[in-house]
Design a protein around this ligand. Structure first.
Ligand SMILES: [Zn+2]
Length: 320
């Protein structure tokens, strides 16, 4: 076995737990690369297996239930990213959101007068984006829609991919496809769960974003994500981490375990009240960690945040 990011053979078992994928009698296990730190599942799923899994077993209702919070998240994602446009010379133009889902992030970009397109597999989420938000959404995988000329190469000024790369079996291929659609001075923002996050270190396989293999195939470190970006023909402008409302170490490690009894009692009276209390506490923990950004306009400089972000640009053909 070797690491599918850096090709190292220095691989060790990462945890004892074995996952049995619904509809598949094989057991899956997480391994860790000693060279680049990536945590990945073995065996790696094949594209068709993954498509069947998402079609038959993936729980999409979570997104519907959490839509009010996803809307807040999308607004904050846009606000935090837009604050970087001047610093990194991201010019307003055409924006592609890869894995756009319900189109919540995309709609903020459109409101800010960007020309927007989303791409995702056909689902209730893409229907929401098209019919309720009136967004332009291309359905299918990136390679196919480029080959079929439904999306043209080299045309986008900014491409965003929020939490997509950890789901795909061949992330190098996926990032190369993203690079193909970037225009001459186009920039790309990749966000993934951070394999070096405090939550992952403290809770390991119980961390909220350490999801079963097939949902998350690869957990990247800053080193492995940067390596992948460079191999895809990208020049890295910045990497940083931050905590999010749905993966916050203070809530996950300290608050959630102390709320279990209370939430269970409340659930017997009202599942809705328990839901709003839990999610409200998540949001409160996230809000309490934001003043550094709101007041000082800064992102944190340590590498312990739950979400790992990478901003890069396409390497110019004549660049030395
Ligand atoms: Zn590796």
């Amino acid at each position: 076995m070797k690491c599918h990011i850096c090709d190292s053979i220095l691989i060790r078992s990462w945890c004892d737990r074995l996952w049995l994928i619904p509809g598949n009698q094989q057991e899956f296990h997480y391994f860790n690369c000693s060279e680049c730190g990536t945590v990945f599942c073995d065996p790696l799923p094949k594209g068709l297996e993954l498509a069947a899994y998402y079609k038959d077993h993936f729980n999409y209702s979570w997104f519907e239930e959490h839509l009010p919070f996803k809307k807040i998240q999308a607004a904050h994602r846009w606000q935090r990213i837009a604050s970087l446009f001047h610093k990194y010379n991201i010019r307003q133009g055409r924006l592609l959101d890869v894995g756009c889902g319900h189109g919540l992030f995309l709609s903020h970009a459109q409101r800010a007068r960007w020309s927007t397109v989303g791409i995702d597999y056909q689902s209730l989420a893409t229907r929401h984006a098209r019919e309720k938000l009136g967004l332009e959404v291309v359905e299918g995988d990136l390679r196919t829609v480029i080959l079929e000329d439904r999306l043209k190469a080299s045309q986008f000024d900014f491409v965003t991919a929020w939490h997509c790369l950890e789901h795909v079996p061949d992330p190098l291929n996926y990032l190369e496809e993203i690079t193909m659609v970037l225009g001459p001075s186009g920039k790309v923002l990749i966000a993934v769960p951070n394999a070096e996050a405090l939550g992952m270190k403290l809770m390991r396989e119980d961390w909220i974003w350490c999801q079963p293999p097939y949902v998350h195939v690869t957990h990247f470190t800053e080193k492995s994500l940067a390596l992948l970006a460079r191999r895809s023909g990208l020049n890295i402008l910045a990497t940083w981490t931050r905590d999010t409302w749905d993966a916050h170490p203070f809530f996950d490690v300290y608050v959630a375990p102390r709320m279990v009894r209370l939430l269970n009692r409340l659930r017997r009276l009202s599942t809705r009240a328990a839901f709003w209390l839990e999610e409200g506490m998540r949001l409160a923990c996230y809000t309490a960690s934001c003043p550094n950004h709101w007041l000082l306009g800064r992102e944190r400089t340590d590498r312990l945040g739950s979400e790992l972000l990478l901003l890069a640009e396409r390497i110019q053909p004549n660049a030395k």
